[in-house]
Design a protein around this ligand. Structure first.
Ligand code: GLN
Length: 214
């Protein structure tokens, strides 16, 4: 049987392809870029004030949230990113990126701040040493079956959240459910790293359901 594949170019309201930036200060930004490109997005790595100003959606990678914060502060990018997220820029943060889009960190490193965007408090390295890194099959609201194989690496979880935050997936630890994928308006966050797997459905969900809405 013949199958036809269509490369979809995601478009903004003006009919141009939507410019998606991957914040490339530290972390696994190249993997995110590859996932976005595999979805047909017009994506690029961004690290300067001008580059970040020029994008319409932003992905914040996994890595080390304290380092990404420090670099953003030193390069005077903190307010720019905060304002863009506040202004409704579709944003997706994975792992360290989830920490950076949280309004609050429960146990910040000394002086550590975030960009904010989701009314939640996250706990860094929440799963503890014994389960430092692990993989689970997750049912994620908005993603059709089969389940997503989610990879957690020194991951945060959402400790508390406002009723305006939608929980898309949780992990059960010792009988307690901890949110690991959440969305508030145009901001999406996952504790895990879809960018290091070949499953691009989370990126596709971000591009299709969230970023296209601008
Ligand atoms: N523990 C890291 C932090 O606090 C996040 C780890 C990751 O992104 N894989 O930033």
């Amino acid at each position: 049987m013949l199958t036809f594949q269509f490369l979809i170019a995601w478009q903004n309201a003006a009919g141009n392809s939507l410019k998606v930036g991957v914040l490339a200060l530290q972390g696994d930004f190249r993997e995110h870029l590859a996932s976005l490109e595999a979805c047909g997005a017009d994506a690029s790595l961004v690290r300067t004030y001008e580059e970040i100003s020029g994008v319409e959606a932003l992905v914040i990678p996994g890595g080390e949230s304290t380092t990404i914060y420090k670099l953003a502060k030193n390069f005077d990018l903190l307010e720019l990113i905060r304002e863009k997220i506040k202004g409704g820029m579709p944003t997706y943060g994975s792992c360290a990126g989830m920490i950076l889009v949280a309004d609050k960190i429960l146990d910040p490193a000394s002086g550590q701040e975030t960009f904010g965007g989701i009314e939640m408090t996250v706990r860094r390295n929440a799963f503890g040493r014994q389960v430092d890194s692990f993989e689970v099959d997750l049912d994620i609201k908005g993603i059709e079956a089969p389940t997503v194989s989610a990879v957690f690496i020194r991951a945060p979880w959402v400790d508390s959240l406002s009723p305006r935050v939608e929980v898309l997936a949780s992990v059960e630890i010792d009988g307690e459910l901890h949110p690991v994928a959440v969305r508030q308006g145009s901001v999406l966050a996952t504790s895990f790293h879809p960018e290091i797997t070949s499953d691009n459905r989370i990126h596709k969900f971000f591009l299709e359901e969230i970023a296209k809405a601008i």
